[in-house]
Write a protein that binds this ligand. Structure first.
Ligand SMILES: [Zn+2]
Length: 233
């Protein structure tokens, strides 16, 4: 990472950058991308590029968040959820969204040890998410169920505000999905640190149309991606 960006980070976060870069033997790039609505990361088995809508002020918490994504997928060797139908760009994006939701369940609590407690931010963001009726954008009933159950994971694991939890649970009750959502969340919580088992639970709960779930590991040391088997759970 360029020194001008490193200088804006805390010593603990600089240490995290060093750990990742030493492991990968390459620099993490930071790019200003005013065309993007929010911070994100372009990651594969060769490169990691943190994209930020603005560099001024330098968004330290967003950078930390993206670094934790990279740490998981590179040195911690946590595979990512992909569709088996990778010719479809829209499906690739949909699955990337699913993977993001699952990764946040681990990453957001990790931010605390770097001095960035995102609890309030997540309470607010989930409040907006459920008030905004995200499920109405799902064209198929199957997608609606997937989106509702996956979204409930963040409520169950990250949200501390009782009003937000109640709001989400009353929506699930309305659709007759509360019991299933709670069972799914309990199953995921038991194996949250084991991504292949998380993928296995997702695969069982969601018979997804247009392709199935696969797990891909970005092996940056070898410079290739590998498919990881999904065990039974
Ligand atoms: Zn994220």
């Amino acid at each position: 990472m360029e020194p001008r960006f490193l200088d804006s980070l805390t010593p603990e976060i600089r240490e995290l950058v060093k750990r990742i870069e030493d492991y990968a033997s390459k620099a993490i790039l930071v790019q200003e991308r005013p065309d993007k609505p929010k911070a994100g990361c372009l990651l594969n088995h060769h490169d990691a590029v943190i994209c930020l809508p603005t560099l001024n002020p330098f968004p330290v918490e967003d950078v930390l968040h993206e670094l934790l994504h990279i740490e998981r997928n590179w040195p911690a060797k946590v595979p990512l959820l992909f569709t088996t139908n990778r010719q479809s760009e829209s499906l690739v994006n949909v699955y990337a969204g699913y993977d993001n939701q699952l990764e946040h369940l681990v990453i957001v609590p990790q931010q605390i040890k770097y001095g960035f407690d995102a609890t309030t931010r997540w309470n607010e963001c989930q409040d907006k998410h459920w008030t905004g009726k995200f499920w109405e954008q799902s064209p198929h009933p199957a997608d609606k169920r997937v989106n509702l159950l996956l979204s409930y994971l963040a409520v169950s694991i990250l949200v501390t505000d009782a009003d937000v939890k109640n709001k989400a649970e009353s929506v699930l009750r309305f659709f007759g999905l509360l019991d299933e959502a709670q069972k799914f969340a309990a199953k995921i919580k038991r194996v949250i640190q084991d991504k292949p088992l998380v993928a296995s639970a997702v695969k069982r709960f969601f018979p997804l149309a247009d392709g199935d779930v696969q797990l891909i590991l970005f092996d940056v040391k070898v410079g290739e991606e590998r498919q990881i088997a999904i065990p039974k759970y």
